[in-house]
Design a protein around this ligand. Structure first.
Ligand SMILES: [Fe+2]
Ligand SMILES: [Fe+2]
Length: 139
């Protein structure tokens, strides 16, 4: 679907909803011990939803907003959050592999997932309350 230039926010919000739903799916599958193949597929799906979203968002929103706002902009901090979340998701993947080999590491897997969920939740919240509003105003 092609969105009007001024409506670059709607598809990003829809992707936020998909990411939140996928976080719930992963959380629901986290209880199986040893961790299931289904959980692995759900974590992979979460990773690819987030990567697609971040890449598109950086291109369609962060880049033009940064050009528009110049040096004093909130985009650099948000880009740094993308880096932190990408790292947390990589850590979630490797923690899954360790937990698959040794199910006594389930607590570690859970805490990796908690970090991903918390960081993503806070990031999305900041975008929807501050950055999207700023984009509506300035772009
Ligand atoms: Fe973002
Ligand atoms: Fe986003």
């Amino acid at each position: 679907m092609v969105y009007a230039e001024q409506d670059r926010i709607t598809p990003l919000k829809n992707e936020h909803r998909s990411i939140s739903r996928q976080l719930d799916v992963v959380r629901g599958e986290m209880t199986a011990s040893p961790p299931s193949d289904q959980l692995q597929r759900s974590i992979d799906r979460l990773g690819s939803l987030v990567e697609t979203h971040f890449t598109g968002e950086e291109e369609s929103l962060y880049k033009p907003l940064k050009l528009r706002l110049g040096r004093d902009n909130p985009v650099d901090a948000m880009t740094q959050e993308h880096r932190t979340i990408r790292r947390a998701i990589r850590e979630l993947h490797s923690s899954f592999t360790r937990c698959k080999a040794d199910s006594s590491r389930a607590g570690e897997l859970r805490s990796c997932f908690d970090s991903v969920q918390r960081e993503l939740g806070e990031h999305i919240e900041r975008e929807e309350s501050v950055l999207f509003w700023l984009a509506d105003l300035k772009l």
